[in-house]
Design a protein around this ligand. Sequence first.
Ligand code: DGY
Length: 319
Amino acid sequence: MKKPQVFVTRKLTDEVIAMLETVASVEQWTEEYPIPRELLLDRVEHVDAVLTMLTERVDEELLTKAKNLRIVANMAVGYDNIDLAACKRHGVVVTNTPDVLTEATADLAFALLMATGRRVTEANRFLLNGEWTSWSPMLLAGQNVYGATLGIIGMGRIGEAVARRARGFGMRILYHNRNRKHQAEEETGALLVGLETLLQESDYVVLLTPLTDETRLLMGDREFSLMKETSVFINVSRGGTVDEAALYRALVEKKIWAAGLDVFQIEPVPPDNPLLSLPNVVALPHIGSATLQTRVEMAKLAAANIVAVLSEKEPLSAL
Ligand code: DGY
């Protein structure tokens, strides 16, 4: 009998490919840039499974083309690149990679928070530019992290992991979420509040919600105007949750103090995005889960989901 076929949209480790080859024949896109759409549509035409990244759009057009498709295994916890309703209509299973990236992403969120609050990248540029001529009392003075109030918007697994870190920094923790998280409250002392209260009282606002119709452009002029002039905004969710023009205005008009961004409306972010010109913006290229260990675990989980479905078993992390 002919083996099922899998298409992998980026180069992954030999170990991951070997996992897939136990049940299927595997084709990979091996370039360092995303597969062009037309080629992707062509490659998925006869496959039974596709292992995607957040750079690939899985929509009605692709699903209509990929007639044999049984599973889309997305190598990300976020899945806003996938039309779930269309997958359901076509009887295609969708999986993501939760849990394995929680701690690494929380580390990055906290790194960004600290780098922004304490002006780490600005200070580094200052030194490298030869501008450091003397120690000075207020030179590159930032905001306290220890003891500050942290507001987490979106208290999922990553939010809870950020709260655990914040506890070690003696922070007061507020969160805004659709439902109450009793265990996180017990573990970290976090307090459920309305969005307005969170924005008004937090010194650091960390956005961690998935991108959905409800959260698209969640942060706009009104929300930034509620924040303190000394507060820092951090986005580790998706760029689509923030009105970037409003954020730029808030920073320039000094309604907020600084921003740390791992995600952008358009990725890769165009170098002429005005936010990149501001000294009080720490910008990163969507590296939330990017540790060697975590990326390997994400790829393995995505592959294990495909192996399960192609072996008529339950996937490990179906949506
Ligand atoms: C995710 O998993 O959704 C991240 O944004 C990429 O690792």
